[in-house]
Every structure is written in C-alpha cells, then in structure tokens.
Design a protein around this ligand. Structure first.
Ligand code: ADP
Ligand code: MG
Length: 438
C-alpha cells in the first residue's frame, strides 16, 4: 500500500512535534486493513484516543484523495477486541467506528467516589437486571465526567451475556434514520433498533430542535419500553433543561430514574489518574499526579490527554516524567487549546443553545435573541481565543470595533447582576474548551 506516501503528506500538514509524538508511534495492522478500512495500532489507549480525535478524519481524507474511495481509519490498541457488530445482518452504512463499544470502559475500571456513586450504582443495577429496575435510566452531567464510560460498561456487561446491545450517539441515530429515509429502507431501520435487548443512546441533548428524529425516536422508545427492553440515555443536561425537546419525550425520559454525575472531588480525581496509569502501564510519581489533579479542572478526558502527552514525550526523549515536564505540557496544552478554538465553532454552539440558526448570528438581524447570541459569541471569543476586537468586528461585518466593546460591556454587566446568566456563560465556556480538547 501507499501508507508511506499518506503519512508523509500528513507530516507536511501537522505540527512536526505532533507527528513525532503520535503518528510515528502507529503501526499498520496489515491483517485487518482493507482498501477502504485502514487499521492502525497505537501503543496505548491515550495515543489511540489522541490520534482518533485529532487526526483519524484527516487521515481518512488523505486516503480518500489518493484512492477515490470512501475510507475509514480505525485506531486500535493492543487490548481492543475484534470489532463488535451488534447485529450480524446489519450491513454497514455510514455508521462510524465510534459506534463500537469500547472494551476498556467496564465497571471494574470506573473509579467510584461520592460525585458519581449514585450514577454508578444505578448503571450497575440496570446492567444486572435490564428492563427490570429503572426504565429508562437517564444519566446526566458535565463533559468528561464518565457518562459514556458508564453507558459502555452497561453494554460490555450485557454483550458478555449474549444480549443484543445497540450503542449509538443520538447523532448517529439521526444519521442512520436519514440514511434509511433516503434509501427507502425505513423498515430495516425500525427492525434494527426494535430488535435489541438494550438500547444505549449517548448525548441526547442533541435531539434539541430535530423534530423528525424526535418523532421517530419517540416511537422507538415506546416500542422498546412496552416490550420491557432497557433504554439508557445520557445527556449533558437534565431532561427538563433540554431546550427544543418535545414535552412527551421529556416526560418519558423522567419515567425511570434520573442520575447525575458531579465533578469529582480531588481524591477521586487522583484515584482516576492512578487507575488510568495502571491500565496503560504508565509510571507517574505521586507528586506529578497531585500536580495534575490540582491544576486541571474536572474534565477527565482532558486530564487523560495531558497524561497521554506526558507519556508520549517521556518515551520519546527517554526521560522520566517530572513535575517540570508536567508544568510545561499543561501550559502548552492551554495555548494549543486557545489557538484551536474556531470562531465558527463558537457561533454554532451558541446558536444551538439559543435555538437559532448559526447564519442568523452573522446576519444583520436585530431581533433580541440574535443580538444576545451575537454578544455572547463576542464575549466567548474574547475570553477564550486570541482574536482582537478589530478581528471580531471584521468577522461580524461591523463597521468598527466599538460595537464589539459595547457587546463585551453588556455581557459583563449581565454576568454581574444575574447569577443564572453567569452559570450559563460558564457552561458555554466549558463546552467550547471541550470542543478543542482531544
Ligand atoms: P462523558 O461522556 O461524561 O463526557 P466519558 O465517559 O467519555 O465522559 O469520560 C471521559 C474519560 O474519562 C473516559 O476515558 C473515561 O474512562 C474517564 N473517566 C471518567 N470518569 C471516570 C471514573 N470515575 N473512573 C475512571 N475513568 C473515568
Ligand atoms: Mg460522552
């Protein structure tokens, strides 16, 4: 194959340091690779996650450019089990590899503390007695706090017992639905989802405003529920707080049990870091672990990213991981994060939170909601990206930057007097940071 050629092109397009640290560590899995399905093995799950999140899509595009064939790139680790097809008759459609259940997300690898004890116990009960205890189970909480991990843990537990498990993000459900609508194979779609024993749906907050998908999902839900098949849902918000979600779905989501996950306390954070190091055979001194736990926020995915970087770096230069190295990786990570936040991503996020079209934010519309959305985008961009006021004015087609500074002031005032608004802005900042993290 022409793997060398593709990797060389990738090397030209990404920072040299990233190429050295991550891409160079990949090994082509020739046995499993096919012309339109390229499998690489990474030495550990951190590197695998990193490459998957940052470069898999790019690599797939490069392959596609070379061969003209739609290609998927899969990054595995030595512990990854063979790909699970939840339904053997199911022919692949655009269901990306991320629909697969991650075999390392099991209950045994989940560190329990008071912040997640309730959700953990609920998930375990549901895994042990699907359809019998709480139906549905609805898990909600902030980003990177382990919702997907618990969802997969329920999946793994039941796959091991021969049950038919389907795991999809709500976006994949939606894509699948539109795919079958277009191909006039909707019956196939319905059968697939209604034949499973356990349906695991991730990130249902994205149902917001998607009316047709909500309608279809409503019927799927009812059929499964009536047949006592277990449904588990996750979201970054409580059902009541999902704007643009039909009331009948909100009320169904509350039928069973709602469990939230809170950010981990320091102790749990430390225990999670230790667990991850143990699983990936990475050695970290207590001092370094404490440093990471106290200097990073509670997003475990981000913490993993940093450990990943530290490990890759120390392997590369063959030096132990010191606290100085941790400091420099942490500050580098912050810088990279700031640079990689795209204005358009902020626009898209704010539009979805306020339930308006992204194009409206950059239009000349003066409706109250649009004006507010625009101001919020400006505020977020100023606080999270290196964009200057004139650059923002240009982005919005404003005459000069006085409108930008006015917007900044208005949002600052509102943050000061309205605690709920302050929380809302903080949650947006959190989500944007997540967009740019691995
Ligand atoms: P969410 O879906 O809530 O955004 P994830 O489930 O994807 O978060 O978790 C992010 C990462 O953090 C995963 O790799 C997961 O294994 C890890 N993680 C989160 N909480 C825990 C925990 N309590 N114990 C072990 N790992 C955890
Ligand atoms: Mg998740």
């Amino acid at each position: 194959m022409f793997i060398e050629e593709i990797l060389q092109r990738l090397e030209e397009e990404i920072p040299q340091s990233e190429y050295e640290r991550y891409i160079k560590q990949l090994r082509l899995d020739e046995e499993r690779s096919k012309s339109d399905w390229i499998v690489f093995e990474a030495p550990n799950i951190f590197i695998a996650n990193w490459v998957r999140a940052k470069y898999a899509k790019k690599m797939a595009q490069l392959f596609q450019l070379r061969t003209g064939m739609k290609t998927q790139v899969e990054i595995t680790t030595p512990t990854t089990l063979p790909i699970q097809r939840t339904n053997p008759q199911w022919e692949p459609n655009p269901t990306p590899p991320s629909t697969k259940i991650n075999p390392t997300y099991i209950f045994e690898n989940f560190v329990v503390g008071s912040s997640n004890h309730f959700a953990y116990t609920a998930a375990l009960s549901v895994a042990e007695r699907p359809g019998k205890v709480y139906n549905p189970l609805f898990i909600h909480g902030g980003v990177g706090l382990g919702k997907t991990h618990l969802l997969h843990a329920i999946g793994n537990y039941n796959l091991a017992r021969g049950r038919i498990v389907i795991y999809v993000t709500i976006e994949q459900f939606m894509n699948d639905f539109t795919y079958h609508l277009r191909n006039q194979s909707i019956e196939h779609f319905r059968q697939k989802y209604r034949k499973c024993d356990i349906l695991l749906i991730d990130d249902v907050q994205f149902l917001s405003g998607k009316e047709r998908t909500q309608e279809e999902f409503f019927h799927t839900f009812n059929e499964l529920h009536t047949a006592s098949k277990q449904i588990v849902l996750t979201s970054d918000k409580h059902p009541k707080e999902i704007v643009g979600l039909e009331d009948r779905l909100k009320s169904r989501f509350e039928w069973g049990l709602i469990a939230d996950i809170q950010p981990p306390e320091l102790e749990t954070k430390i225990a999670i870091i230790k667990k991850k190091c143990e699983l990936n055979k990475i050695e970290l001194e207590d001092e370094v672990i404490n440093y990471i736990a106290t200097h990073m926020d509670s997003n475990i995915r981000e913490i993993e990213g940093v450990i990943n970087k530290l490990n890759a770096y120390s392997t590369l230069v063959n030096q132990p991981i010191t606290i100085e190295l941790a400091q420099s990786v942490l500050s580098e990570q912050r810088k990279e994060q700031e640079q990689s936040i795209q204005l358009q991503d902020i626009v898209t996020l704010v539009a979805s939170e306020l339930n308006i079209k992204p194009s409206e934010i950059r239009s000349k519309s003066r409706s109250r909601r649009t004006v507010l959305a625009r101001r919020i985008v400006i505020y977020l961009a100023r606080t999270l990206t290196p964009n200057s006021m004139p650059a923002l004015a240009q982005f919005f087609g404003m005459r000069d930057h006085s409108t930008v500074s006015h917007a900044m002031r208005r949002i600052q005032e509102q943050i000061q007097k309205d605690p709920e608004f302050k929380l809302f802005i903080a949650s947006l900042q959190h989500k944007i940071k997540r967009l740019s993290s691995p």
